[in-house]
Write a protein that binds this ligand. Sequence first.
Ligand code: GTP
Ligand code: MG
Length: 245
Amino acid sequence: MLERHHALPKDIEQFSNLKEEVTRFLMKYKFALDEMMTKIKILQEEFQYVHSYHPIEHTKSRLKSPESLLSKLQRKGLQLTLNNAEKHVHDIAGIRILCSFISDIYAIADMLQQQKDIQLLQTKDYIKKPKQNGYRSLHLLLKVPVFMSDRTEEVCVEVQIRTVAMDFWASLEHKMYYKYQGSAPPKMQEEIKEAAEQVNALDRRMERIHQEIKSGKAEQHQDDELSHTPHELIALFGTTKNKDE
Ligand code: GTP
Ligand code: MG
């Protein structure tokens, strides 16, 4: 038979306080995500307008669930307190930015770091120094101020920037890792590592072609400028002269 437990009013109050505390704690991370996503959207739109080119293919954001936050604290052997969560778990607020080309990754990272209210805490460049398994991505740990009704808090956000091809690889590797709980058959590990090298070769090749197209465009543009008829040139100088007068 099921035994009925009656929660005491004190327990209910304690639980409700705890719930409010956790919600309030997570809220500031949600606001930090909202703020960062707006910043990224502005960069994306403005860049597109000024340079007629979009360096960002896709952006995703996620807030860590309370369950996954607790299990991370446990994995790190830490007491389950919000203080520890804030201090030791840096990916409560996470953003992933996907670019077409490797150079876009660094351009986006620079643009974010240049913003006055963004503080860079840490950079992990897994593109220059890939992980043993072949994982590539640029990770930035940033701090942004969140302005609330009664206080301002500096909140940590983890930003992962990678190419679409790197993301394709990371999704599959993630599946493999979870399916085999970190110990996939050696043959499969070898194969995924090889695939990472192929992804890298493709990324570098695409980058090279992309740069060639870009510089080709510049040459084309110069040619265009040189190909005015004498009449057009006179008209052009004429306008300048008139303006100066
Ligand atoms: P975590 O405790 O997992 O946060 O690792 P960390 O504190 O050492 O941070 P790191 O920057 O190395 O990794 C953070 C995040 O990057 C992970 O949560 C993943 O989203 C991603 N990541 C890191 N390494 C790998 C990898 O080998 N494969 C895949 N698929 N993703 C990775
Ligand atoms: Mg993580």
